[in-house]
Write a protein that binds this ligand. Structure first.
Ligand code: ADP
Length: 423
């Protein structure tokens, strides 16, 4: 009868403890506090000597003590003896360890010899002699370890040491509690992870803004000066030995500027800011970019042919320049020497269909989609690039509700197509 009453009271207390945990979770209380409530609650409810929560690592190779409750003098003595800190202690799951058995089988374990538990804690880290002393320090002889379950998944092990004899029923009841507490722990952990991820995201967004600022103001200006000065010196330089390195500096500084501009364009697009659109003739834009790129094409003895006649009005943002100049730049970069790049616009129902064709090596089918992803570069020998260009093209075209894709050029090489709505 007395036992019945005690058990009934304990069941009630258990329920209250679980409710308390639930309330704490709903209130967004952190993992550490929730764990403390669990271990303290269990210890006082059942008069155990010690209770500890151990969380299982992602790779399932070890457990970490993530909250414990015990006579504070005992904890101090054990820490002093071993020179280790209990909270955060890593328990390795080696063959033959009690903890490994619990994790592997998902079943509770009950022992009547605490030194076995201590051995499982220690692994090879703590010598046998120390384990004997530790076993004498704790008054507990009995131990129970149960899996902490979140549904079918083991998230850890909860264990207790007891002076009084423990029975199979105790283990069973403790396991039931473990199954319920596991769910609570899992949600506490998820909450904690979400909070950290949110903080990291906020932090990295701030960093991103800072980098965009640095790029646009602090890097672009000096890079621009370097380019302009080199250009001026190069124009006056007569000595061919000095001309070559100057050309190299000029090319490099142009590349730096191109990369900074591309990266900050991408950052603007990804920041989700609304773009403004104006009616423009995209035929004129294409012709202008083709003229600007003539000197680049000359370096490879290439010709840019723009067969564009008539008016091609569309609602565009100035970022559309980046689309056409990136595509044309690629056609020259990856096109064959002494070949032609052909730029056309055709009417296609309610759209304009722009095409930029080159006679390069072309793009294998399996890469045709992936090249539009950020930093995707196919090995291109000596051709240097950042892998940002097409990512920008794709995002800008998307912002215009248009479409961009690549097809094989029947005459060899590739044709990039851009479809934009007519104004
Ligand atoms: P980058 O040219 O800076 O590497 P892009 O994003 O502009 O970056 O292009 C991504 C990849 O797509 C390039 O590295 C290249 O492998 C491939 N590519 C792009 N345009 C062409 C083209 N016209 N012909 C062949 N390959 C191309």
């Amino acid at each position: 009868m007395v036992k019945d009453i005690i058990e009934h009271k304990q069941a009630e207390e258990e329920l209250l403890l679980l409710q308390k945990i639930n309330n704490m979770l709903n209130a967004g209380v952190g993992q550490e506090e929730v764990f403390k409530i669990i271990v303290d609650g269990l210890r006082s409810m059942y008069n155990y000597e010690s209770v500890a929560i151990h969380l299982l690592s992602e790779d399932k190779k070890h457990l970490t003590v993530d909250g414990y409750s015990s006579d504070s003098k005992l904890a101090q003595k054990l820490e002093k003896l071993t020179g280790l800190t209990i909270n955060g202690y890593k328990v390795h799951l080696y063959e033959g360890s009690l903890f490994k058995e619990i994790v592997d089988t998902g079943k509770p374990v009950i022992v009547d010899d605490i030194s076995w538990v201590l051995k499982s804690y220690a692994g090879k880290k703590i010598p046998q002699s120390m384990i004997k002393i530790a076993a004498k320090l704790t008054k507990a002889n009995w131990g129970i370890g149960v899996p902490l379950l979140a549904g079918d998944k083991i998230v850890g092990v909860i264990g207790c040491g007891s002076v009084e004899k423990l029975t199979y029923e105790d283990a069973q009841r403790f396991a039931n509690f473990g199954a319920q507490a596991g769910l609570a722990i899992e949600s506490a952990l998820t909450f904690e992870k979400l909070e950290t991820a949110y903080d990291e995201l906020k932090h990295s967004n701030k960093l991103k803004d800072l980098f965009i600022d640095i790029m646009r103001h602090d890097l672009l200006n000096p890079a621009g000066s370097a380019r302009n000065m080199t250009q001026m010196i190069l124009e006056d330089e007569k000595d061919p030995n000095k001309k070559e390195p100057l050309k190299l500096i000029l090319r490099s500084s142009k590349r730096i500027i191109e990369m900074i501009e591309n990266a900050s364009k991408l950052a603007i697009l990804e920041s989700g800011k609304e773009l403004k659109f104006e009616e423009k003739d995209i035929g004129q834009i294409l012709k202008r970019i083709a003229i600007e790129m003539t000197s680049l094409a000359d370096e490879k003895n290439m010709k840019i042919k723009t067969n564009i006649k008539g008016k091609f009005k569309a609602l565009v943002n100035p970022l559309i320049y980046a689309v056409f100049s990136n595509l044309l730049d690629n056609a020259i970069k990856y096109g064959a020497k002494n070949s032609e790049v052909i730029v056309k616009i055709k009417e296609d129902g309610s759209n304009w269909k722009i095409s930029i064709a080159d006679n390069g090596d072309g793009i294998p089918d399996e890469e045709k989609k992936a090249i539009f992803n950020r930093f995707k570069r196919i090995q291109k020998g000596a051709v240097r690039g950042s892998g940002l260009g097409l990512a920008i093209v794709k995002r800008v075209v998307k912002a215009h509700k248009g479409r961009v894709w690549v097809e094989d050029n029947p005459g060899g090489g590739s044709i990039f197509f851009v479809q934009l709505k007519k104004a």
